[in-house]
Design a binder for this molecule. Structure first.
Ligand SMILES: [Fe+2]
Length: 207
């Protein structure tokens, strides 16, 4: 299967990426930006962060890495093999990595997310501020796949925003693609998620 090959080839780069990461000296910041308290504060203030306010992760694009083009070609190949339209994320998380709570309202739509975890000591959290429903997905060792539907501001107002954050205590890599054209649903997008035998949760995560 082409996708399995892509993932294997991408995985070969992780030890190199880890060596290129600078140590992060802000563990306290991590606890703050992935906490429920900080999330509730943002919601009370009416802040709907599209991008994370704080993260300890590095986008592949920003690495000064001699095999970067090889890695990017593999990511582009994976994108085309899952019917993706564009690269939404390709981030490497070192130990004590995180991505603070945010909603992606400015990059809405249906996406597919492949995340790799070295030891399974990490998770993806989701929160709907209308239904007040939390969902937590523990990483498994190796590759994990999920779908995500991110709402735009208007959908967020009506149905609740697509808050999410990432917490990991071990090396983690996440690569994701938008399957739909912006916030517009396209029927065949769901076929990709069905091929991976994923089902939708109340928060619009496909697991
Ligand atoms: Fe996000």
């Amino acid at each position: 299967m082409k996708v399995t090959e892509n993932l294997k080839n991408i995985e070969k780069h992780f030890s190199n990426l880890n060596d290129l990461c600078l140590p992060c000296d802000t563990p306290l910041e991590k606890e703050k930006y992935i906490s429920d308290e900080w999330l509730f504060e943002q919601i009370l203030n009416g802040s709907v962060h599209g991008h994370p306010t704080s993260t300890n992760s590095v986008d592949v694009i920003d690495f000064d890495y001699d095999l970067k083009n090889e890695l990017l070609d593999e990511i582009i190949s994976l994108c085309s093999n899952v019917g993706g339209r564009s690269r939404a994320v390709s981030a490497f998380y070192p130990e004590n990595g995180y991505m603070g709570w945010h909603t992606n309202w400015n990059a809405p739509g249906l996406g597919i997310l492949f995340s790799w975890s070295k030891a399974g000591d990490g998770c993806f959290k989701s929160y709907n501020d209308k239904t007040k429903n939390f969902e937590i997905y523990q990483d498994e060792v190796g590759w994990n796949v999920k779908g995500v539907y991110m709402r735009d501001k208007q959908q967020g107002l009506n149905l609740g925003n697509s808050w999410h954050c990432v917490d990991t205590n071990c090396e983690r890599f996440s690569v994701g693609f938008l399957l739909s054209n912006g916030g517009m649903d396209v029927d065949f997008c769901y076929e990709t998620l069905e091929e991976f035998e994923l089902n939708e949760t109340p928060n619009g995560i496909w697991i």
